[in-house]
Design a protein around this ligand. Structure first.
Ligand SMILES: Cc1ncc(COP(=O)(O)O)c(C=O)c1O
Length: 458
């Protein structure tokens, strides 16, 4: 049983009404701006994940670990633009680097040294990277990595994990949040690909196979049956959108062996997980993928994506070679993202990685203790600076384990946490930043304990 409120609908409705009323009372400025925005943008929104009912906060500024909304409310920011602001907001060294660049121009349609500098930082940190290229988002990074794998192997099919998120490109709008209760998504051991959005061509699922995360026998079976058609297996080393679920060492090791045996390109999508170790999560598990994708923190708060890996594959993009793969983008390698990225990465050496991972460990343990103290059946997952909260008994090792949880209760906790000055994802995802310290974490654990006690305690 997740929580007593599930068994007492009347009490739950009263709590929901009270939490909603408190949110509306403290955010009238955001409500007014949302009403204005609805006149010019569908639903007042331009980024689906940034919307939540009844309306999102309107932010005016951010500094370090804190953001402020139009009503003057201040929040500890555990979302950090969905893990991309490794130093929180307005990091001084990044601001200085961008301020120095702006009067010199922002983008040139020709090469600049800062591209080589940021590429050099990445190839130095990540052992599996011989070469890399930049783009403007994680979506573009995964799209290009898959294109490279298809070109390299001459095959079309890709394998992704159930619950894996790799951006908003059509091939990846498959089985991100499938409704596993309806019986249409296959079984836990043999999931079927499910289109996640209208508008994605129905035949997309012919080229996209889906596997359960952290399940070696299922992957063995799938690749034994279909491996010869498969160009790439793509995996997030820590499932992000599914709720900060780390991969198990044996799973990634098995992926490496199974793909190598069949000439399949193994892609680690480290768009989120790169921040977890100086050389990405692949350094932690000591598994070397063929290609890796990046974005988020490597742009220092500006739009960016990158993909890279083995020279033999990346050389396909060499424009001076025969029949090069095309990879264009008006803002690829733009000066602002490059200098911001160089500054942000320079301020994120191994000791800082370890420090904010320890803060994440402290947060995870504290949230778990708060759930336990309140008698709520729930699990705090994650690794290092990543924390997810699941309102299920656990263990949570896959998308399906997490999908059993009470999503409405999570949304309720999210709104209640905002009233406590804690800004996290509505799906209860948290990440730490270098702008935080133990006092920030402990205050948040206290707030979480109060909110869980009020809203979910049996
Ligand atoms: C693992 C992963 N891959 C790809 C993406 C897409 O990145 P972007 O939003 O920059 O397109 C995301 C975004 O959250 C992500 O978490």
């Amino acid at each position: 049983m997740t929580a007593a409120i599930a068994a007492h609908p009347r009490v739950r409705t009263e709590i929901e009404s009270a939490v909603l009323a408190a949110y509306r009372a403290s955010t009238p400025g955001s409500a007014a701006r949302h009403a204005e925005a609805r006149r010019v943008m569908p639903g007042g929104d331009t980024r689906t994940i940034a919307f939540h009912a009844p309306y999102p906060l309107y932010a005016v500024s951010g500094s370090g670990a804190t953001i402020e909304d139009v009503d003057g409310n201040r929040y500890a920011d555990y979302l950090n633009n969905y893990t991309s602001l490794i130093h929180g907001h307005a990091h001084p060294a990044t601001v200085a680097a961008v301020a120095e660049q702006l009067p010199r121009g922002t983008v040139f349609a020709t090469a600049i040294e800062a591209q080589t500098r940021l590429a050099g930082i990445m190839t130095e940190r990540v052992a599996s990277l011989d070469l890399l290229r930049f783009c403007n988002s994680g979506t573009e990074a995964t799209m290009n990595a898959v294109r490279a794998a298809r070109a390299f192997t001459g095959r079309d099919v890709i394998v992704k994990m159930e619950g894996g998120y790799h951006g908003s490109y059509d091939d990846f709008e498959v089985s991100v949040h499938p409704d596993v209760g309806a019986g249409l998504a296959g079984s836990a051991h043999a999931p079927l690909p499910v289109l996640g959005s209208r508008g994605v061509p129905a035949n997309t699922v012919e080229n996209v196979l889906v596997a359960p995360f952290n399940n070696v026998p299922a992957m063995e079976r799938l690749l034994t049956e279909r491996g010869e058609e498969v160009a790439a297996v793509i995996v997030e080393p820590v499932l992000g959108a599914a709720g900060m679920i780390p991969s198990e060492q044996e799973f990634l090791e098995a992926l490496r062996v199974l793909t190598a045996e069949r000439g399949i390109v193994l892609i680690f999508d480290e768009v989120m997980s790169f921040r977890l170790e100086p050389g990405g999560y692949q350094e932690h598990v000591r598994v070397r993928p063929d290609l890796t994708t990046f974005a988020k923190i490597i742009g220092g708060g500006f739009p960016i994506g990158a993909f890279g890996g083995r020279e033999a594959i990346m050389a396909l993009f060499d424009p001076s070679g025969p029949a090069p793969l095309s990879q264009s983008g008006t803002f690829n390698g733009n000066a602002v993202s490059m200098v911001a990225g160089v500054a942000a990465m320079a301020a994120y050496p191994a000791p800082e990685v370890a420090r904010i991972n320890a803060l994440g460990d402290r947060l995870r343990a504290g949230l778990q203790a708060a759930l336990d103290a309140a008698g709520v059946s729930g699990v705090a997952t994650g690794y290092g600076s990543f924390v997810g909260v699941h309102l299920v008994p656990g263990p949570v090792r896959s998308y399906r384990d997490a999908a059993r949880g009470d999503a409405a209760a999570k949304r309720l906790l999210h709104l209640a946490l905002l009233a406590e000055g804690v800004f996290c994802a509505p799906r209860l995802m948290f990440c730490t930043s270098t702008a935080m310290d133990e006092a920030t974490i402990d205050a948040t654990i206290g707030a979480f304990g109060r909110v869980v006690g009020m809203a979910l305690s049996p």
